[in-house]
Design a protein around this ligand. Structure first.
Ligand SMILES: *Cc1c(COP(=O)(O)O)cnc(C)c1O
Length: 415
C-alpha cells in the first residue's frame, strides 16, 4: 500500500486528555493509594453514578469485565442461553462464552442499526416454545446511538428476562431523556483507549440496585468472605480498577459533555459536507434520542455512488487515514459458527447489509479542523468520478440503507 510519508496518521478515535488527569494521579501518589482500590475509585464510582443518574456503580478493569460480572449476578451458567445483539464488537458476547453459556444473536433494525425488537420477539417466542428462555438479553448501543429500548424492554418484560445494556460506546447519550445504560437491570460502560472518555483501560457496572453492585464488587475482588484469614466460598475475579487509573477517569468525566459536543460537531460537519452525495446515508439518530456520536458511521450504496465501500476504505488508508468497516456481525464470526441467529425479517438481514456497506470515519474529539478537512477532501476526490456519472438520486430506496440525517432529525448543539 502506498502511504504518503508527509501525511500524518489520522486515527479513528484517539485518546483526548483534559489536562486535569495529573492532579488526580498525583493525589493517588501522594496518598500512596497505588492499588485497585482507594479514594479515586470510590469518587469515580460516585461521580459516574451521579452523571448518568443511577443509584450505584462499580469501577472495574474493563467493559468486558463489567459484562462478565453482570452475567454472574444473573447467575448465568453452563448450558444457559443469552441473547445478544449481533452487530457489535466481540467483547459483548465473549463473557457469555466465559461462563459456558450459549449466545443467540439478534439482528439489527434500520432505524437505529441496533437490536431489532421484532427479531427479538421471534427469538423469545421460539425459546418459550422450547421451554428454554434466555437468562439475559445483552443490548448494544452502537456508536453511541441508543437502541429502541421501550420496545426491547417491553418484549423482555413480557417474558420476564432481564436486560443488560452494553453502553460501552454510548456514555453521554440519552434515550427519551434517560441516560443510555441506565434503563436495563444492569448497564456497562468502557473506558478503553478509543472510547469517548478513557482511563487507558477500564469499565463500570451500574445498577439501580446498590446491593447488586456491592455483590459485583465482592466478585471483582476474588469473592473474599469477611474473615481475616482469606476465606472463599465462591469463585471470584481480580477485576477492580486501579486507583491511579480511576484518577484519569475522574478528570475525563468532568469533560464528558464537551467530548459529546465535539463529536457531534464533527459528525455534523461530515453530514453537511457529504449529505447531498447520492448513495451516502449516515447512521440515523432516532427521534427523542441524543447520540454521543462516538463514531460517525455511514452506509454506501455502491450503485448510486459508483464507488464501493472497500474502495473508499482503501483510498483513505492510502492517505494514512484510519477508517473502519462497520462491525462484522457476531453470527458471521468463525468463533460463533453454529450459534442461533434471528434476522430482522425473512428477507432482511440488516446487520449483514450494514457490514457490507458501512464504514466509520475518524471521529476523535481532538481531531483538528484541518485534519477533518483532509478526510472530507479525500472522500470528495474519490467520489467525484462516480458521483458525476451517477448524478441524481434514484427513486428506489434500498430497504437497509437508513435515511440520511435531515436538518429536522439533527438535534442542535448545546454550546
Ligand atoms: C469497547 C467495547 C466493549 C469492551 O470494552 P473493554 O473496556 O474494551 O473491555 C464492549 N462492547 C462494546 C460494544 C465495545 O465497543
Amino acid at each position: 500500500m502506498k502511504v504518503l510519508k508527509s501525511r500524518q496518521r489520522l486515527f479513528l478515535s484517539a485518546p483526548h486528555m483534559s489536562g486535569n488527569e495529573q492532579k488526580y494521579i498525583q493525589e493517588a501518589f501522594d496518598s500512596n493509594w497505588i492499588a485497585p482500590l482507594g479514594p479515586n475509585v470510590d469518587a469515580f464510582e460516585r461521580e459516574l453514578a451521579a452523571c448518568v443518574g443511577i443509584e450505584a456503580a462499580a469501577a472495574v478493569s474493563s467493559g468486558t469485565a463489567a459484562i462478565h460480572l453482570a452475567l454472574r449476578l444473573l447467575d448465568v451458567k453452563s448450558g444457559d442461553r443469552v441473547f445478544c445483539s449481533s452487530l457489535t464488537f466481540v467483547a459483548s458476547a465473549n463473557p457469555v462464552v466465559y461462563l459456558g453459556a450459549e449466545p443467540v444473536f439478534i439482528d439489527s433494525e434500520p432505524e437505529t442499526w441496533n437490536m431489532s425488537p421484532q427479531a427479538l420477539q421471534r427469538a423469545m417466542e421460539a425459546a418459550c416454545r422450547e421451554g428454554k428462555l434466555p437468562k439475559a438479553v445483552i443490548v448494544v448501543h452502537l456508536y453511541g446511538q441508543s437502541a429502541k429500548m421501550d420496545e426491547i424492554l417491553a418484549v423482555c418484560g413480557e417474558y420476564d428476562v432481564p436486560v443488560i445494556e452494553d453502553a460501552a460506546e454510548s456514555l453521554g447519550s440519552t434515550y427519551k431523556g434517560r441516560a443510555s445504560g441506565t434503563m436495563g437491570k444492569y448497564g456497562i460502560y468502557s473506558f478503553n483507549g478509543n472510547k469517548i472518555i478513557t482511563t487507558s483501560g477500564g469499565g463500570m457496572l451500574v445498577s439501580r440496585n446498590a446491593e447488586d453492585i456491592a455483590k459485583a464488587r465482592f466478585l471483582a475482588t476474588q469473592a473474599r468472605d469477611p474473615a481475616p484469614h482469606y476465606q472463599h466460598s465462591q469463585m471470584g475475579y481480580n477485576y477492580r480498577l486501579s486507583n491511579v487509573l480511576a484518577g484519569i477517569g475522574r478528570a475525563q468525566l468532568e469533560v464528558l459533555p464537551d467530548r459529546v459536543n465535539a463529536r457531534r460537531r464533527i459528525s455534523e460537519r461530515y453530514f453537511q459536507e457529504l449529505a447531498d452525495v447520492p448513495g451516502i446515508r449516515f447512521m440515523p439518530e432516532l427521534e427523542n434520542t441524543r447520540s454521543n456520536r462516538w463514531l460517525t458511521a455511514l452506509a454506501v450504496d455502491e450503485r448510486e455512488l459508483g464507488v464501493s465501500r472497500d474502495h473508499l476504505l482503501r483510498s483513505l488508508a492510502e492517505d494514512n487515514i484510519e477508517a473502519r468497516p462497520v462491525w462484522k456481525p457476531l453470527h458471521l464470526q468463525p468463533l460463533f459458527e453454529g450459534a442461533a441467529y434471528y434476522s430482522h425479517d425473512e428477507q432482511h438481514h440488516v446487520a449483514e447489509q450494514l457490514f457490507q456497506t458501512g464504514l466509520c470515519l475518524p471521529s476523535g474529539s481532538n481531531m483538528a479542523e484541518e485534519d477533518q478537512t483532509r478526510v472530507i477532501e479525500c472522500l470528495k476526490s474519490i467520489l467525484k468520478k462516480g458521483w458525476r456519472k451517477k448524478r441524481g438520486m434514484s427513486e428506489e430506496r434500498k430497504f437497509m440503507l437508513p435515511k440520511q440525517f435531515s436538518a429536522k432529525t439533527f438535534t442542535p448543539l448545546k454550546s
